[in-house]
Ligand binder design. Structure first.
Ligand code: CU
Length: 259
């Protein structure tokens, strides 16, 4: 199928995001999957804002966050919470469902941050810029697929071109302490030179299980704060010859230092 035909098939299957890169629209838990509806910036806001079923923090447009120091890098804009939580057992898969995703280049990461218990406001009352975020999942340039510009990134590899949604599964750590959390999925797209695009989306989780673990504080990052805007992985021209030759998938941007 030609690219044009593939695109047409895709667009007819995904009318809500017909003109752009896509976004994190829904979540599923377990197998067979139980679906949880997220926010849809193309749908009527008043039918979504504050609804009792809303598990995702509001993202009013599909536009990216362009600055690593923008407060909205935490949970997108405006990031207003809904009252609901996705129930998940520690050790289960949580899958982020994108109706589609079109950008090909840059790392993807998933994060958690613990919230106070429900009687202290849960995740609804928190300041997402003050939370202690720790990373539970990451993927970049897939090793062995080629150089920076020509290799295959997970961001491209997770895309489907048959009209079915793009699925990004991540395991909730099996020994994680039970409680309320915000999960934050971030796609960082670096296909435009020196102009990184951050696509964060957040949802509320109610994690159950016998676990008692949280990472040590050395794992924690703030958003903003986790990324240095001058990091060479953000201010990057992936099309420059020098960069294509020298770039190895940069785990520093994926914040692996905590290992
Ligand atoms: Cu885009």
């Amino acid at each position: 199928m030609s690219l044009t035909l593939a695109l047409l098939a895709l667009l007819s299957a995904a009318p809500h995001f017909a003109s752009a890169h896509g976004g994190l629209a829904n979540y599923t838990v377990g197998d067979p999957p139980v679906w949880y509806r997220g926010y849809d910036p193309d749908e009527n806001a008043t039918e979504q804002d504050g609804q009792p079923w809303m598990v995702q923090r509001k993202w009013a447009s599909i536009d990216p966050i362009f600055s690593a120091t923008d407060p909205y890098i935490a949970c997108n804009k405006p990031g207003t919470p809904g009252p609901a939580y996705i129930p998940v057992t520690a050790g289960q898969n949580l899958t982020a469902v994108y109706w589609y995703w079109l950008h090909p280049v840059g790392p993807m990461t998933a994060w958690l941050a613990a919230c106070p218990p429900l009687d202290k406001g849960g995740c609804v009352g928190v300041d997402v810029n003050q939370l202690d975020w720790f990373k539970i999942w990451e993927a970049g340039l897939i090793p062995g697929t080629g150089n920076l510009a020509e290799g295959i990134w997970y961001q491209k590899a997770f895309q489907n071109w048959d009209g079915s949604p793009d699925l990004w599964p991540a395991t909730i750590p099996a020994t994680l302490k039970a409680g309320l959390y915000i999960v934050r999925h971030e796609i960082l797209s670096i296909h435009i030179e020196n102009k990184p695009q951050f696509y964060p989306e957040c949802a509320h989780l109610n994690v159950t299980g016998p676990g008692t673990d949280l990472p040590p504080s050395s794992f924690y990052k703030k958003f903003p704060g986790a990324y240095d805007p001058d990091d060479p992985s953000l201010k990057i021209d992936i099309y420059s010859d020098a960069m294509r030759k020298t770039y190895v998938s940069r785990p520093s941007l994926l914040l692996l230092e905590h290992s």
